[in-house]
Ligand binder design. Structure first.
Ligand SMILES: [Zn+2]
Ligand SMILES: [Zn+2]
Length: 347
């Protein structure tokens, strides 16, 4: 067994407290890594609050996990001790179903999430990255370039891949008119990545200050989504809109902003539902879509794209002892734009 120390919620909504636990015994194809950094994602809050009704307590959240390899099994070929490495939202899957064979492992019926899941040994719950170490199969571990800043790399593992995958699927590139709704952890990476792909990016926000910040990050336009006159100026203008907002909100202004045949892709997983103006969708032959993280190869691809184009998340680095203050601030959307927790100081 590998002993780990982490921060766990003991019941729904509880603050995280220190906990010692065992990870599974590493096998010949596994790596062990010391976790240096872990980003804080809204879905960590959803898990702590049991918003989806599937949290097993105690839960150690955290799924934007970056660290350094400290041990490798006999059959590990992709990593050496001392390499930087990362674990994202899931750590195994069946490897033989249609999604697994087409790099959509996140859609596998037996995908094992990196926390709040059950390891293949059937004995250990997966515990996330707000902890000292991780044991994972090498095939589900990503390479982080040695020169990449580990703290800033962490949010690529969820926020980055979550926006990258739909940008790829809907072929966003030079000439694309792309809208991004919300400028949080996901939204700010959507702006940066879409701009780096050559798209003409418009941010939809309710805050003048965030609009100005989005332009600094690469957007060409900022539209106040609660200003009807401003929204009217971009009616039928967008090829593709990525809606990163998790809370309940009105999406019909964004449907109106789509060109005919355009697509609005939803990324939020907040509870509740959304109302859709069906006439606008039908008469414009528009598409309402959803997207969930991304596949293994696609995740490595976005890490490599970020390294090649120097497109890195904007983060606030917090020491692990302040994890609860950071979670409380995230609940109030008070973060620019992603908290990353320093778990173990890098040497
Ligand atoms: Zn996440
Ligand atoms: Zn599968």
């Amino acid at each position: 067994m590998v002993q780990s120390r982490g921060y766990a919620a003991s019941q729904s909504g509880a603050p995280l407290t220190a906990m010692t636990f065992d990870r599974r015994e590493p096998g010949p194809r596994d790596i062990v890594m010391t976790i240096t950094h872990c980003g804080i994602c809204h879905s960590d809050l959803h898990a702590i609050d049991d918003d989806l009704g599937n949290t097993g307590f105690p839960v150690v959240p955290g799924h934007e996990i970056v660290g350094v390899i400290t041990a490798i099994g006999d059959e590990v070929t992709r990593f050496q001790v001392g390499d930087k490495a990362a674990v994202g939202c899931y750590v195994d899957s069946c490897r033989s179903c249609d999604p697994c064979l087409s790099d959509r492992q996140q859609m596998c019926a037996t995908m094992i999430p990196s926390f709040n899941g059950l390891e293949k040994d059937g004995n250990h719950r997966t515990m996330g990255g707000f902890s000292t170490n991780y044991v994972a199969d090498q095939d589900y571990v990503f390479k982080i370039p040695q020169a990449m800043d580990s703290a800033r790399a962490a949010p690529i593992l969820c926020a980055g891949i979550t926006v990258w995958s739909p940008l790829q699927k809907w072929r966003v590139g030079p000439g694309s008119k792309v809208g991004v709704v919300g400028l949080g952890g996901l939204g700010h990476m959507a702006v940066k990545l879409a701009a780096a792909l050559g798209a003409d990016v418009t941010i939809f926000t309710t805050s003048d200050a965030k609009g100005a910040d989005a332009i600094r990050l690469g957007a060409r336009n900022a539209i106040l989504s609660n200003d009807d006159a401003a929204m009217a100026t971009i009616a039928s203008a967008m090829d593709f809109i990525l809606d990163t907002v998790s809370a309940q909100h009105d999406i019909n202004g964004y449907i109106a902003a789509l060109k005919p045949e355009g697509t609005l892709c939803l990324l939020g997983i907040g509870p509740g539902g959304l109302q859709i103006a069906n006439l606008s969708v039908v008469f414009g032959q528009k598409c309402i879509a959803g997207s969930l993280i991304g596949g293994l190869h696609q995740t490595q691809a976005v890490i490599d794209f970020c390294a090649a184009h120097d497109v890195m998340p904007e983060i606030e680095l917090v020491p692990h002892a302040q994890i609860n203050q950071a979670l409380d601030r995230l609940r109030r959307n008070d973060v620019k734009y992603r908290f990353v927790v320093e778990m173990t100081p890098e040497n």
